[in-house]
Design a protein around this ligand. Structure first.
Ligand code: PBG
Ligand code: ZN
Length: 326
């Protein structure tokens, strides 16, 4: 049956009809808020390239977590900025490190209302800013795995529900899974940054996390933006190594990757709307070039439609508040 018997516009006629046939619904429960906490800050420090966001103190972080939980956001992803950086990134697995202390405080204040996810990487902790231990000018994959395993255990001890390795080392999920299980922590889940691209859209984050590499770039460990089959292989390997959830990052420029990963693995899948994606919308909105609320909801809905069950986004709080207002 075709036109004029078939008329697609019939179901678009009123708001209620449109809602009845809507395929993708965005809910605060789908969102995860990335948060930055910096050691030795006496008050929160605003982040210029990430408008509306700050580097938190532990206290302001805990308060923010309370607000997010109140809005129906189920989870936070923590990034720490330590006072002391060294070649090995050893502050990252300090039982009293900034992320570990934050996890304990959030758990104490918000109980089980929030899922606590720890981003697990070394770039915020190494003096050179790379995501692993160096051998000369390259990142030594296997030596880095030992460090990741220690961080995972320290996060578990501090109360993390989920650890999220983001360094793109081969074997990182397996190394972390074995370390956790070896400590009797089979209950802690792994969210694998399975397909993380060597992207230009991370720059505001690197300012926020103080994690830009001092030399070179991350192309020897993160994915080439030109590849999609490789991303599916990465994700499949992570699942074989024990990943419970997988992530694609960035989100909007990589919706095809997201759709493939979701379709081929059928696993809980997250997408990370990264700092540069947020900054672009913010900058255009500040100039009055687009309607920020509409653009935000459209982008987040599109990411869900492409296959993301969960979206990490700097818009988490704004979007949840907007969705609650209806
Ligand atoms: C580092 C890390 C990065 C992001 C999350 N973890 C940046 C990078 O690889 O340099 C990017 C997040 C964002 O841009 O919002 N392991
Ligand atoms: Zn890193």
């Amino acid at each position: 049956m075709t036109f004029p018997l078939r008329r697609m516009r019939r179901l678009r006629r009123t708001a209620t009809l449109r809602e009845m046939v809507r395929e993708t619904v965005l809910d605060p429960g789908d969102l995860i808020a990335p948060l930055f906490v910096k050691e030795a800050l006496s008050k929160p420090a605003p982040l210029d390239p990430l408008p509306g966001h700050v580097q938190h103190t532990v206290s302001s972080l805990v308060e923010q977590c309370g607000r997010l939980a109140e809005l129906g956001i189920p989870a936070v992803m923590l990034f720490g900025i330590p006072t002391r950086k060294d070649d090995a990134g050893s502050s990252a697995w300090d039982p009293d490190g900034i992320v570990q202390r934050s996890m304990r405080r959030i758990r104490a204040e918000t109980g089980d209302r929030l899922v606590i996810i720890g981003d697990l990487c070394l770039c915020e902790y190494t003096s050179h800013g790379h995501c692993g231990v160096l051998a000369g000018e390259t990142v030594d994959n296997d030596a880095t795995l030992d460090a990741y395993a220690r961080i995972a255990v320290s996060y578990a001890d501090a109360g993390a529900d989920v650890v999220a390795p983001s360094g793109m080392m081969d074997g990182q999920v397996g190394a972390i899974r074995r370390a956790l299980d070896g400590r009797g922590r089979g209950d802690v889940a792994v969210l694998a940054y399975a397909a993380k691209y060597a992207s230009a859209f991370f720059d505001p984050f690197r300012h926020a996390a103080e994690s830009a590499p001092r030399f070179g770039d991350r192309r020897a460990y993160q994915l080439d933006p030109a590849n999609v089959d490789e991303a599916v292989r990465e994700a499949r390997l992570d699942v074989e190594e024990g990943a419970d959830l997988v992530m694609v990052k960035p989100a909007l420029p990589y919706l095809d990757v997201l759709a493939r990963v979701k379709a081929e693995l059928r696993l809980p899948t997250a997408a990370y709307q990264v700092s540069g994606e947020y900054a672009m919308l913010k900058a255009a909105a500040a100039r009055g070039w687009l309607d920020e609320d509409r653009a935000m909801l459209e982008a987040l809905t599109a990411i869900r439609r492409a296959g993301a069950d969960l979206v990490l986004t700097y818009y988490a709080e704004t979007a949840a508040a907007r969705l609650r207002r209806g």
